[in-house]
Design a binder for this molecule. Structure first.
Ligand SMILES: O=C(O)CCC(=O)C(=O)O
Ligand SMILES: [Fe+2]
Length: 256
């Protein structure tokens, strides 16, 4: 069983003030090795319609090589990854001040030649159709550096009483919107964890190194706002299904 990370009073205060908090070594070496093994296991499984969702991309380095971009919707199919998502329910509950429920989970691979992420707030990805507020947990699987595209986060731009989207839904933040934001890169080691909310602006660079940079993300909302995981994935399956479920003559565009 994973030893569930808990947050100190100072860490909770930092999160409530800034919209994010970093926990170095949230998992010990044994738990980190389990998480790395589970990530490898789900990656080795065949891609099948109706199972976990695998998305690919083409390497920016040679314009040809097929890379895994992301694996999503893992908890129904892998008990270890289910345990990982569940282990944060108490700590996310600490930050919400009430019970949390899982909204979604994924691993972003960012293999050698993998694309980065433009600055955005996660609620810009249409999440507010399901609930008002979300907390993400990032778990570092491979060492993440500035060069291979670690997470870069800026403090939440709004005061705690006035959480707002700065940008438009389905579009990254513009240069004008990010001009006054103060992004800091957070290089992380396997086992480190970052909690950040759906209003904390973040971005990450493309990976032009020769190492893979896997980061796991699980997302939660207040249980009092409902359990939306099944509806979220059903809606997403219609608009942006995993590669194995795509129709050949249809174009699918990643937006935020
Ligand atoms: O993997 C990353 O570097 C950031 C991912 C991200 O922001 C997202 O998937 O919304
Ligand atoms: Fe994001």
């Amino acid at each position: 069983m994973l030893k569930t990370p808990t947050l100190s009073k100072d860490q909770v205060a930092h999160f409530l003030d800034q919209g994010f908090v970093l926990l170095n070594k949230a998992f010990d070496a044994g738990d980190t090795a389990d998480i790395q093994r589970w990530a490898a296991e789900i990656t080795e499984r065949p891609e099948e319609a109706g199972k976990h969702w695998v998305y690919h991309e083409t390497s920016l380095l040679d314009g040809e090589k097929d890379l895994i971009n992301r694996i999503e919707n893992m908890t129904p199919f892998h008990s270890g990854l289910r345990e990982l998502a569940d282990c944060f329910l108490p700590s996310v509950g600490q930050l919400l001040g009430e019970k949390a429920v899982l909204f979604k989970d994924k691993i972003n691979f960012k293999m050698s030649g993998g694309e980065g992420f433009k600055p955005h707030q996660d609620s810009q990805a249409g999440w507010e159709a399901y609930a008002d507020y979300f907390i993400n947990v990032m778990v570092c699987i491979d060492e993440a550096t500035l060069e291979n595209g670690c997470l870069e986060v800026a403090p939440r731009p709004n005061s705690a009483s006035d959480f707002l989207l700065v940008g438009k839904e389905w579009e990254p933040l513009t240069e004008k919107q990010t001009a006054a934001m103060d992004f800091t890169a957070y290089p992380t080691q396997p086992g480190d964890v970052i909690f950040f909310d759906s209003y904390a602006p973040h971005k990450s660079a493309r990976n032009l190194t020769n190492s893979t940079r896997r980061l796991y993300f699980s997302t939660y909302n207040r249980l009092s706002e409902g359990d939306h995981l099944a509806a979220y994935y059903a809606d997403k399956r219609k608009n942006y299904p995993p590669d194995i479920e795509r129709e050949a003559d249809k174009e699918y565009v990643y937006r935020v």
